[in-house]
Design a protein around this ligand. Structure first.
Ligand code: NAP
Length: 251
C-alpha cells in the first residue's frame, strides 16, 4: 500500500499539502494533528484518496510508538513523508515562557526527528521526504531565536539525511518559506505592529508553497525557497558574514 504521511495537516500549509498530494498515485494518506474535527472536515471536503485520520500530539513518545506499531503491522510503503507540523513564539529568550521554548524544540526538532526515523524503515526507492524548514534557518533571528535555531536544525538534519539516503534513492528536500498568512502568526503572537520585519516582508500563499515543494521534491532538489526575494536572501546569507547580517535580521 503506497501512502503519504503529513503532519500538521489540520490547518495552513499542512492542509495545502493534503490537497496537493491528492494528485499523486497513492492508496492512502495519513493526516496527523491534534485537532480531530479539523482533520475530519478536511478529509470529507478534499479527500479524493482514502484518508486515515490520526489525531495525536506528536511530541508525546507514546504516540510515536503507536505510529511505529501501525506502520509495522501493515504492509505500508511510504512514498511521501511531509514533516510539516511546527510552531514559533515571538519574543526574547529572557522574556518568553521557558516551557513554550522547550515545546518548540520538542515539536520542531525532536518529533520531526523521531517520526522520520520511524517512517524511514517503511520507505523504498523513489520516495520523498519534505521537511518544512523556513527562511529563519538562514540567519539567526533575534526575537525568534529558539524558532530560528530549530529551523537551522531542520536544515542541517535534512542535508545530512539526504546524503545518507542517496544510495537508497530517497530524496530529502528542506523547504524554506517566508511568511504565510496561516494560524502560525497568531500562535506565534505576531499580530500587526509587533514586528516591523514581519510587517514589511511579503507573504506567500501556502497553496503555492505546497505545489512548488512537491514539484521540487520530485525534481530531487535539496532546498526549495519560494519567492524571489527569499532566494536572494538565501544567496546573501551564504556569502556575507553572519556578524554583518544578524543585526538586520532581528524580528
Ligand atoms: N506561516 C509562516 O509564516 C511560516 C513561515 C515559514 C515556515 N513555516 C512553517 O510551516 C509549517 C506549518 O505552519 P503553518 O504556517 O501552516 O501554521 P499552522 O497553520 O499553525 O499549522 C501548524 C500545524 O501543526 C500542527 N501541530 C502543532 N502542534 C502539534 C503537535 N504537538 N502535534 C501534532 N501536530 C501539531 C497544528 O495542528 P493542531 O493544532 O491541530 O495540532 C497545525 O496543523 C511549520 O513548520 C512552520 O514552522 C511557517
Amino acid at each position: 500500500m503506497n501512502i503519504a504521511i503529513i503532519t500538521g495537516a489540520s490547518s495552513g500549509l499542512g492542509l495545502e499539502f493534503y490537497k496537493e498530494i491528492q494528485k499523486e498515485e497513492l492508496d492512502q494518506i495519513f493526516i496527523i494533528a491534534r485537532r480531530e474535527d479539523k482533520l475530519r472536515e478536511h478529509a470529507e471536503k478534499f479527500g479524493k484518496i482514502p484518508t486515515r485520520i490520526i489525531p495525536m500530539d506528536i511530541t508525546l513518545k507514546e504516540n510515536i510508538q503507536r505510529l511505529q506499531e501501525t506502520l509495522d503491522s501493515e504492509d505500508t510503503n511510504v512514498k511521501f513523508l511531509i514533516n510539516n507540523a511546527g510552531f514559533g513564539v515571538y519574543g526574547s529568550v529572557m522574556e518568553s515562557e521557558y516551557s513554550l521554548q522547550g515545546a518548540m524544540v520538542d515539536l520542531n526538532v525532536r518529533a520531526l526527528t523521531e517520526i522520520t526515523s520511524v517512517v524511514l524503515k517503511h520507505m523504498k526507492e523513489n520516495s520523498y521526504i519534505i521537511n518544512v524548514c523556513s527562511i529563519a534557518s538562514f540567519v539567526p533571528n533575534a526575537n525568534l531565536t529558539v524558532y530560528s535555531s530549530t529551523k537551522a536544525y531542520v536544515m542541517s538534519f535534512s542535508r545530512g539525511l539526504r546524503q545518507e539516503l542517496k544510495k537508497r534513492k530517497i530524496n530529502v528536500t528542506a523547504i524554506c518559506p517566508g511568511p504565510m498568512a496561516t494560524e502560525f502568526l497568531e500562535v506565534a503572537g505576531i499580530d500587526k505592529g509587533v514586528s516591523k520585519m514581519f510587517d514589511t516582508l511579503p507573504t506567500t500563499k501556502p497553496s503555492l508553497v505546497a505545489k512548488g515543494s512537491v514539484k521540487a521534491a520530485k525534481k530531487g532538489r535539496a532546498v526549495y525557497t519560494p519567492h524571489v526575494l527569499f532566494k536572494v536572501y538565501r544567496a546573501l546569507a551564504k556569502v556575507l558574514p553572519r556578524s554583518l547580517l544578524i543585526p538586520f535580521c532581528k524580528c
